[in-house]
Write a protein that binds this ligand. Structure first.
Ligand SMILES: C[S@@+](CC[C@H](N)C(=O)[O-])C[C@H]1O[C@@H](n2cnc3c(N)ncnc32)[C@H](O)[C@@H]1O
Length: 230
């Protein structure tokens, strides 16, 4: 289904994802329409597939970005704080910013921190965002910041976060990330094993997306929500 969602323009791509019900929430649709993927993907920006962005990295496929937003949407409200780990091209960081900031001039403002371990990619993400006026404004007002670092440690200086998105598969779930969640808060993370055990210990043919909720009382609940094939 996903690969049939490609379009010839950004609007057509997002509309096709919506028709295929990969995007269901109107706020997600609006936020994704508000960010032109051509500013972030150097080739085939409106194809529903991952594309190379240099330094051995890729921008994830649009349907993966849609899934991430859909699973996190209840935690992406104007004023929310978000950590985007493995921010790469900066595309999803920008979409998250559209969801948590409010252009009405309200005093309540959210913030999104994008973190990547390759400094050339954090530079690229800043440059990509600077291609649009809204992107420049989001960075100038520090509603979006890009940081170079090891995302496995999160970014405690900005914690707690209402939502943490991990864009790079992790071997296992780091308690540090759960510690940096607000209660309530939600973590979306691809793990290399089906049950959280190390991928080295088992035969695994894909990655598994897990959603980890920290509830208001501080209790933590983990759920495996879907498999991603290599
Ligand atoms: C599949 S790409 C997704 C990038 C981004 N979400 C996008 O769609 O453009 C994964 C990203 O995670 C980054 N990454 C991998 N391991 C990391 C780590 N330990 N800390 C921070 N970033 C990491 C890579 O450099 C790469 O940019």
């Amino acid at each position: 289904m996903a690969w049939y969602c490609s379009g010839s323009t950004n609007a057509e791509l997002i509309e096709n994802l919506f028709k295929a019900e990969l995007i269901q929430n109107e706020r997600v649709k609006e936020a994704m329409i508000g960010v032109d993927r051509a500013h972030y993907a150097p080739s085939r920006p409106y194809s529903d597939s991952p594309q190379p962005i240099g330094h051995g990295a890729t921008i994830s496929a649009p349907h993966m970005h849609a899934h991430a937003c859909e699973y996190l949407i209840d935690y992406l409200k104007p004023g929310s704080r978000v950590l985007d780990i493995g921010s790469g091209s900066g595309y999803l960081t920008h979409v998250f910013a559209n969801l948590v900031t409010d252009s009405s001039g309200s005093a309540v403002q959210g913030q999104v921190i994008g973190i990547d371990h390759i400094s050339e990619l954090t530079d690229l993400a800043r440059d990509n965002m600077n291609k649009s006026e809204e992107g420049r404004e989001l960075q100038a007002s520090r509603k979006v910041e890009f940081i170079t670092g090891d995302g496995r440690l999160g970014w405690k200086e900005g914690a707690p976060y209402d939502a943490i998105h991990v864009g790079a598969a992790a071997e296992n779930l780091h308690p540090t990330l759960v510690d940096q969640l607000r209660a309530p808060g939600r973590l979306f993370i691809p793990l290399e094993s089906e049950d959280g055990r190390s991928a080295r210990d088992i035969l695994s043919d894909g990655q598994f997306i897990w959603v980890v909720d920290k509830r208001e009382d501080g209790s933590v609940h983990k759920e495996k929500v879907f498999q991603v094939s290599h």
